[in-house]
Design a binder for this molecule. Structure first.
Ligand code: GLN
Length: 189
């Protein structure tokens, strides 16, 4: 089991630490050559989505990553990573997000339920987006805070507006590994 972690910018080390605690090998995607390695899943971390998008295009990673996700590669996007999965960005998930939905300085911590995963999950929001529109039945909202959708899944794709890698609760990463990754064999592209 090897999980690729996009490591261009943002909070990628925390995802690697969480996955390593769960006994999973990780490696960083910094350039196109890294992408050639076999992988069982991909993490798109938080950070700054406009910067990440620009770097994905400049490095030639945009199309290969998009095609791999559409081809079934399990992917988990958090915060900016969720934005990357949405329409207008990589566009692999049928969601429209509102960036900086809580304001540029709107960061907060709460606990909430994620359907299929559990209750009282810590949720740290940092200049977070939320999901404004779900565009198809293939996409299933799995968590809401104050009436706004903050997590969803769609086939091999999982997205959260908050940062489970910054808290100590491993349940969401475990869910990603169990539901998306263990059901598949290694994907080479
Ligand atoms: N505000 C950032 C963006 O729009 C996301 C913040 C985050 O990933 N913590 O890309």
């Amino acid at each position: 089991m090897r999980i690729a972690v996009l490591a261009l910018q943002g909070a990628f080390i925390e995802h690697e630490q969480m996955l390593q605690r769960l006994g999973v090998e990780t490696f960083q995607i910094r350039q196109l050559i890294d992408w050639q390695q076999p992988k069982d899943g991909l993490i798109l971390p938080g950070g700054e989505s406009t910067v990440q998008m620009r770097l994905l295009s400049q490095l030639g990673l945009h199309d290969p990553i998009r095609e791999a996700i559409l081809g079934g590669l399990p992917v988990f996007g958090t915060c900016a990573g969720m934005i990357l999965l949405s329409k207008g960005y990589l566009g692999t998930m049928d969601i429209v997000v509102r960036r900086n939905a809580y304001g540029q300085l709107g960061s907060f911590h709460t606990v909430g339920t994620v359907e299929g995963i559990g209750k009282d999950l810590p949720m740290t929001f940092i200049r977070a987006p939320y999901i404004e529109t779900v565009l198809s039945d293939a996409c299933i909202p799995i968590a809401s805070i104050d009436g706004h959708i903050v997590a969803a899944r769609q086939g091999n794709q999982l997205a959260a507006a908050f940062h489970p890698e910054l808290d100590c609760d491993p349940r969401i990463h475990q869910f990603f590994l169990e539901s998306a990754v263990f059901s598949r064999t290694s994907v080479d592209k």
